[in-house]
Design a protein around this ligand. Sequence first.
Ligand code: DX5
Ligand code: ZN
Length: 215
Amino acid sequence: MTHLLAPSLLSADFGNLARDIELVNKSTAHWFHVDVMDGCFVPNISYGQPVIRHIKKHAQKPLDVHLMIVQPERYIQSFKDAGADILTVHYEASIHLHRTIHAIQDAGMKAGVALNPSTPVSSLEDIISDVDMVLLMSVNPGFGGQKFIENTYNKIAQLKDLIKRKDAKCLIEVDGGVCADNIKSLVTGGVDVLVAGNAVFGAKDPIKAIELLSE
Ligand code: DX5
Ligand code: ZN
């Protein structure tokens, strides 16, 4: 069972962003995970399209953009223009999710839907066949470096069941508190994409950390 690793630039050194992007380019990581926060859907504000445009100039791997913003449907084309390859919106933030998902795909991106820790997997019953990826939040979104919520394992199992029952094709991504201690259980449980911020950029040797987390 192989998996993809997406280092989260939220934990990178914003003053040396080009250097940290270069580090990921050279590493065994697969995607860049790019967290957009609006100070409304989540308490924190991170960065938006102008910064992503610059990330795109340096990045040699796909940009996996995770929108933690209200009404993300307002900005689909502008994130496409900024360089997003995969665009994930929160279930809790988009009322007409079906329309949003198809608008993302029509704009030429893969479409993901993210669930907060308190949102049940069963909410996806009628959208699972339309999405390219489901992102399970394993912390409450807003900050890097938080502790992994153990109930995520139950949600992964439920999601696997739902995907099988609907014969859906989407990837499973887990985001928050991913580290060397839980990576094996997550991959065995069926996770396809692992996001890691602190475990990569907080490590003494990020290249080595990526190697360990992606093997
Ligand atoms: C949290 C973000 C995550 C965050 C993960 O709201 O969605 O992508 O960067 O960071 P770690 O791996 O440090 O929990
Ligand atoms: Zn994220």
